[in-house]
Design a protein around this ligand. Sequence first.
Ligand code: ZN
Ligand code: ZN
Length: 276
Amino acid sequence: MHSKLPAIRAFVLAAWHVLAVLGVILYPPSWGLALLTFAVYVIGMFGITAGYHRYFSHRSFRTSRAGQLVLAVLAQSTLQKGVLWWAANHRHHHVFSDHKEDIHSPKHHGLLHAHMGWVVSNEGQTHDARRIRDLVRIPELRWLERYHTVPPIALAVGMTMVGGMNGLVWGFTLPLLLLQHATFSVNSVAHVWGRRPYATEDTSRNNFLLAILTLGEGWHNNHHFYQVSARQGFLWWQIDPTFQVLRVLSWVGLVWDLKTPPARVLAARNAAPVSP
Ligand SMILES: [Zn+2]
Ligand SMILES: [Zn+2]
């Protein structure tokens, strides 16, 4: 029975795609609905990039306990499991980047598995709590992890109450599906296509298109080279909206201690071989 579970999860994932397409056909778009999808996508992506990735996984800036909770709830609304699961698996990725133990390495497990296959696999359901000792100490994060479906269910119910089926399709089903593909493309696409100005020991790449779709996460080679930075677009033209929003939030005191790449990191570009 246990071995059938990945197939069942894959079926649910495929059904999610079918529902999104059917929803869009049955409930045609308007400018307002397209704007709703865009807003949910951008806010959810900020939760993932600023929250799950740059704050919880890498501690690249600081915020208050309330700010931390807001980031966790925002990120969890996107149906990418809980904050502890996300951060633990992501830290695991950085420890074993493109080694066999890396659960979503396209080099070892293939592009499809690196993209979404690992999410439905049995290994993808667990996380190593030893990687997140700093986070498991916080009771509200443990609660959110345990009830990780509460924020997305609340979003789905809220959207349906406000907008009926239009709200459910354009404010939940579609933007969350797009969010998942964009987020997981950092694990798959950004380890296959793009430039490598830093000769890291993994296959990470900088991908401009992905940087736009993920609010700055496409500068994945930069990130693998200097992981602790809240800024992933190191150069002026490397678009990084997440960092720009964090900068604005720091001006009003909602976040602080934003870590940025020092001069030695910027100077190490295109200077292969380099060591992190
Ligand atoms: Zn990372
Ligand atoms: Zn990576």
